[in-house]
Every structure is written in C-alpha cells, then in structure tokens.
Design a protein around this ligand. Structure first.
Ligand SMILES: CC(C)(COP(=O)(O)OP(=O)(O)OC[C@H]1O[C@@H](n2cnc3c(N)ncnc32)[C@H](O)[C@@H]1OP(=O)(O)O)[C@@H](O)C(=O)NCCC(=O)NCCS
Length: 176
C-alpha cells in the first residue's frame, strides 16, 4: 500500500503549500518559484477553482502522508492536447529523499491513465535536477529530448499498462 495519498486541495492546505512554494531550495531549478505567501494563496485558490471547471484543464493535488494526513507536497498535471497531459511534482524539503515523490507520481500516473483516460504523459526538468529526473525514470518515463538546459520525458499509457500487468503477474507467482 502506498505511504502517500493524493487528494483535492482545500484552503486549509495554505501553510503547507506556501512552505514549498517559498523555499529557495525547492525553487533552485524552477523559473516560476519562489512565491510570496500572498502569491501562494492566489495559486492555491486557482487550484481549488480548477476542480469544478468543465472541461478541467489543470489537475493539481495535495500529497499527504497516508498515516497522518499531513500535507507534504504537490503533484499535478495540465492537459496540453488531445489525450496528453504534462505533469510535475514538488515536495516540502523536510520530506525529500524518502521515495514519497515517486509514490505520489505513480498515483498521479494512475489517475491520468485510468480516471482521465489519457494516452500520454509528458514531464520535463532542468538538466541538473537529478532528483526529479530520477523520479521520472523510476516511474517508467523515457527520455525523448535532451538539450543543454532541459530534459524532456514521456510515458505512454500502453507501456504503463504493460508494466502494471507484468507487476501483477510477478506478484501472482508462487514463491520459490
Ligand atoms: C524532485 C522532488 C519532488 C523529489 O522528491 P523525493 O521525494 O526526494 O523523490 P524520491 O525520494 O521519490 O526520489 C528521488 C531520487 O533521486 C535521487 N536523488 C536525489 N537527489 C539527487 C542528486 N542530487 N543526484 C542524483 N540523484 C539524486 C534519490 O536518491 C532518489 O533516487 P533512488 O530512489 O534511486 O535512490 C524533490 O526533490 C523536490 O521537491 N524538488 C524541488 C522541486 C522540483 O524540482 N520539482 C520537479 C520539477 S521538474
């Protein structure tokens, strides 16, 4: 069972949301960060407003610890074209290095392919953002383009489904 859950944002998430958005270390590879608390409040309000837009373009979720419900970060995707979404992940610094981003990204991928029925997910990061690139690789993304400054990845629904089936088949095998 996953150690984290993803859920829709509520206004009470502001402290946790502003925590990662204002952190210069989280912002190190991100051009649109850091943000002030007032800016974070506006971003969070927008993320909440997006929950009821039809069609919904932005799907941003709080990442929470499964056992305590503490909000530890964000995963999300934006619909960028027919059947395609672009996704990303951000954790409060205190929670880095525990595998939580990978767990949360896997839940986001499942949501994208199963609940939304997307065919393809893209993700990208600054070259040098090794932690984010590693999350992509661990989730089964493949590199499609690398420039001096940016690495671009994608995962197709068919490849993800095959990987899930292989995992299920492995789990069903009797132990040696
Ligand atoms: C990217 C981020 C979400 C990863 O969170 P996390 O919970 O630490 O990620 P995970 O623990 O699931 O996986 C990180 C992997 O990167 C590796 N890693 C971390 N820092 C690294 C570094 N400097 N060099 C190489 N690998 C590194 C970890 O060892 C781990 O790989 P492993 O499981 O094979 O050992 C977090 O670092 C973060 O919030 N960064 C700032 C925001 C950001 O850059 N978001 C991505 C936007 S594209």
């Amino acid at each position: 069972m996953s150690r984290v859950k993803i859920r829709e944002y509520v206004l009470a998430d502001l402290d946790a949301y502003a925590d990662w958005q204002s952190d210069p270390e989280v912002a190190r590879h991100i051009t649109w960060l850091p943000k002030t608390r007032a800016q974070s409040r506006a971003c969070l309000a927008d993320a909440i407003a997006q929950q009821t837009t039809v069609p919904r373009i932005r799907h941003f979720f709080a990442v929470v610890l499964a056992d305590t419900d503490e909000t530890i970060g964000n995963v999300g995707l934006t619909i960028t074209g027919p059947g395609t979404g672009d996704c990303g992940w951000f954790l409060r610094r205190h929670y880095w290095g525990c595998g939580y981003a990978t767990d949360a990204a896997q839940l986001l991928i499942e949501y994208a392919f199963q609940a939304l029925g997307l065919e393809r997910l893209t993700a990208s990061c600054a070259v040098g953002n090794s932690a984010s690139e590693r999350v992509m690789l661990k989730c089964g993304f493949v590199c499609v383009e690398r420039s001096e400054t940016r690495a671009k990845y994608e995962i197709q629904r068919t490849a993800w489904q095959q990987a899930q089936q292989a995992l299920t088949a492995d789990a069903a095998k009797p132990p040696c």
